[in-house]
Design a protein around this ligand. Structure first.
Ligand code: S3P
Length: 170
């Protein structure tokens, strides 16, 4: 099934752009974080606290695997750590076209300042956390992606037009 799958760091705009893209393409919008929370009946922060990151990652892979049952092509936004897990690579490949939303660290930092919903950003200095995690993840995001989209300074309309154009030929 050729879904369009948005990957990228926390705060890169996967959900906000994803919703708009889905509307523009008349497709359903799916968010793996939401699916995980719905299936678990609890918030991501509670899953991390009670089951650890490992428990969350297991649930995340289950939610991704279930997307193979979707009948219609969707726009899917996945959690920032999902593409980093090797067990998800084949699933992503099978599900569709993977688009990496690349955003500058300063933009991520602005958007994530004060966020209380993401356990991996808790405590310490936000800037160093982003830089460290990004250092571990960036090459994997690039590797997993079929398309890399520079999002900095572009409007949603521009980004949607670019996605439409660049996915036409895939
Ligand atoms: C995570 C990103 C979050 C969520 C969880 C872990 C990560 O999703 O899945 O807090 O490892 O980067 P968003 O990227 O939608 O914030």
């Amino acid at each position: 099934m050729r879904h369009l799958i948005l990957i990228g760091f926390m705060g890169s705009g996967k959900t906000s752009l994803g919703k708009r893209l889905a509307r523009a393409l008349n497709r359903p919008f799916v968010d793996t974080d939401q699916r995980v929370e719905r299936a678990a009946g609890k918030k991501i922060s509670d899953i991390f606290r009670q089951e650890g990151e490992e428990g969350f990652r297991r649930r995340e892979t289950q939610a991704l695997a279930q997307l193979r049952e979707e009948k219609k092509p969707c726009v899917i936004s996945v959690g920032g750590g999902l593409p980093v897990q090797p067990q998800n690579h084949l699933l992503l490949e099978q599900l569709g076209t993977v688009i990496y939303l690349e955003a500058p660290v300063e933009v991520l930092e602005q958007r994530l300042a004060g966020d209380k919903t993401r356990p991996l950003l808790e405590g310490g200095d936000l800037h160093s956390r982003i830089v460290k995690l990004m250092g571990e993840r960036e090459a994997i995001y690039q590797e997993v992606a079929d398309l890399i989209l520079q999002t900095g300074g572009k409007t949603f309309e521009e980004l949607i037009a670019e996605i439409k154009k660049r996915t036409e030929t895939l």
